[in-house]
Design a protein around this ligand. Structure first.
Ligand code: HEM
Length: 457
């Protein structure tokens, strides 16, 4: 009888014992992370020592960049973001992480930009792979290449088409969309020559701008990043279902239209243009990798993705800022400067040669300020600390941890860019060489070092 009673008591107590044991283990885990984890001594909210859930929440919400900026304002230039990530906000860290000699790999965050299962210049993670991929395309972005007549004139032709739209609708134009059409036409032209899009003049392919720029993609991108296996299982089921229904189009995060466009353009180029076109990026790639349509398409696709949104957004935000009444003085001054080269403007198309435009100091200052004030890529560019660990801006970070800087915060450092919320192109015309040099060091819209934007010139 006693035996039965004590067995019942243990059975009755065991869930409590289990709970206490789990609770104790959890507390040990928390205490260990708070006190002994390698990032424990890095400043930051205490809970970022314990969990990544908080920053994940802000990533899904879409305000990670501003939240991180607030953390930098509160804790300084070095902030712990999660148990495995640190954010830096100074020139020293820029040099250490992104300098030309840097050996940091990109993190797996970039996996979500992989097209057709092929890594390319943008998505290759480590240095040797990146160097090999970049070698194939880098010359297509040299200034001497872009400024040759055949290339520069095409860009001017697209600008003329954009200007034509403005004259057609003088009262109001959805510049966001039309500037993205302009960017798409310029970039696809660069990639595929005459097989590029003509969205400024024809409706075909305009939906690609939606696929590239729609906000709906953020959640999906982060779902893939964090729950990749589950998402890929779901995609496999979906694509099998599409195959059963007779629609075999491969799906991608930004939509199958974009996916199909990249592949069709490359196949079309190989069959229709390869003999005639010697200057486009696609022509160059086909020479270097003749038997791999997927690799050529993946490379082209990422240049398209990298170039359209960024260029369209940069132009749109700068034009919008100047169009508001409080910044009309900027518009007036720019207008005066452009008037000084009036004789170079084509009276029909309303465009001027690039070579003349790039000599204008105020125009240059306006572009710099637009890219500083609202950098098109404001977020952290994630990198992984190499084997052996690293000392970044004076802090020791173990191998395998994620580190990064973000343009948004670098561009808002008060001591470098006083009154950072003010859109003030004249700051770039400053006479003080120290001030100018500090601004140039912290100006980071295109990243820096070996992985700097290829399209930045
Ligand atoms: C205002 C316009 C642009 C901005 C602000 C911009 C910004 C950037 C940034 C920040 C990166 C580094 C990304 C990272 O490390 O994660 C990058 C990389 C890249 N960008 Fe741009 N970009 C612009 C236009 C373009 C254009 C027009 C193209 C090409 C048509 C282009 C092609 C690339 C490529 C290929 C890379 C990868 C470089 C590498 O990893 O070696 N970008 N861009």
């Amino acid at each position: 009888m006693v035996g039965i009673l004590s067995a019942a008591a243990v059975a009755h107590q065991s869930p409590t014992v289990l709970l206490v044991a789990v609770g104790a283990l959890f507390l040990l885990f928390v205490a260990h992370r708070l006190l002994f984890s390698p990032l424990a001594k890095i400043p930051g909210p205490w809970f970022t020592s314990i969990t990544s859930l908080w920053i994940m929440y802000h990533e899904f919400l879409g305000d990670r960049t501003v939240i991180l900026d607030a953390l930098h304002s509160k804790y300084g230039d070095i902030v712990r973001v999660s148990p495995t990530e640190v954010s830096f906000n100074n020139a020293e860290a820029l040099k250490d992480i992104y300098g030309i000699k840097s050996n940091y790999s990109k993190s797996h965050f970039y996996d979500m930009f992989v097209y057709y299962d092929e890594r390319n210049t943008f998505t290759s993670l480590d240095k040797p792979n990146h160097t090999a991929k970049k070698r194939l395309v880098a010359d297509r972005y040299a200034k001497s290449y872009v400024m040759q007549d055949a290339v520069a004139e095409k860009i001017q032709e697209h600008a003329a088409n954009f200007m034509f739209q403005i004259t057609k609708e003088p009262n109001a134009l959805d510049v966001y969309t039309w500037l993205h059409y302009y960017a798409l036409d310029c970039i696809t032209n660069h990639l595929f020559g005459s097989r590029g899009t003509s969205t400024l003049t024809k409706p075909d392919h305009r939906e690609l701008v939606y696929d590239l720029s729609g906000v709906k993609h953020r959640t999906r991108l982060y779902m893939i990043f964090y729950f990749g296996s589950l998402m890929s299982l779901r995609e496999r089921i979906r694509s099998t279902w599409r195959w059963i229904l007779g629609n075999s189009a491969q799906f991608h995060v930004r939509g199958s239209r974009l996916n199909d466009y990249g592949k069709d353009s490359v196949v079309g180029f190989r069959t229709g243009e390869l003999e005639k076109d010697t200057i486009s990026t696609c022509a160059k790639l086909f020479k270097a990798v003749p038997n791999n349509d997927n690799q050529v398409a993946a490379e082209c696709m990422d240049h398209l993705v990298a170039g359209v949104d960024t260029t369209g957004d940069a132009m749109c935000i700068t034009m919008w800022r100047m169009s508001t009444p409080e910044y009309s003085h900027v518009q007036d001054r720019l207008y005066e400067e452009l008037k000084s080269i009036e004789h170079f403007f084509d009276p029909v198309t309303g465009t001027a040669p690039i070579g003349e435009l790039e000599k204008l100091p105020y125009l240059d200052a306006v572009i710099h300020e637009g890219l500083r004030w609202r950098a098109p890529v404001p977020m952290t560019l994630f990198r992984v600390v190499p084997a052996g660990g690293a000392n970044i801006a004076g802090k020791t970070i173990p191998a395998g941890y994620t580190v990064g800087c973000q343009a948004y915060s670098l561009h808002r450092k008060e001591d470098v860019f006083p009154n950072p919320d003010l859109f003030d192109p004249t700051r770039w015309l400053a006479k003080d060489p120290h001030q100018l040099s500090a601004m140039k060091t912290h100006f980071w819209p295109f990243s820096s070092g070996a992985r700097m934007c290829l399209g930045h010139k």
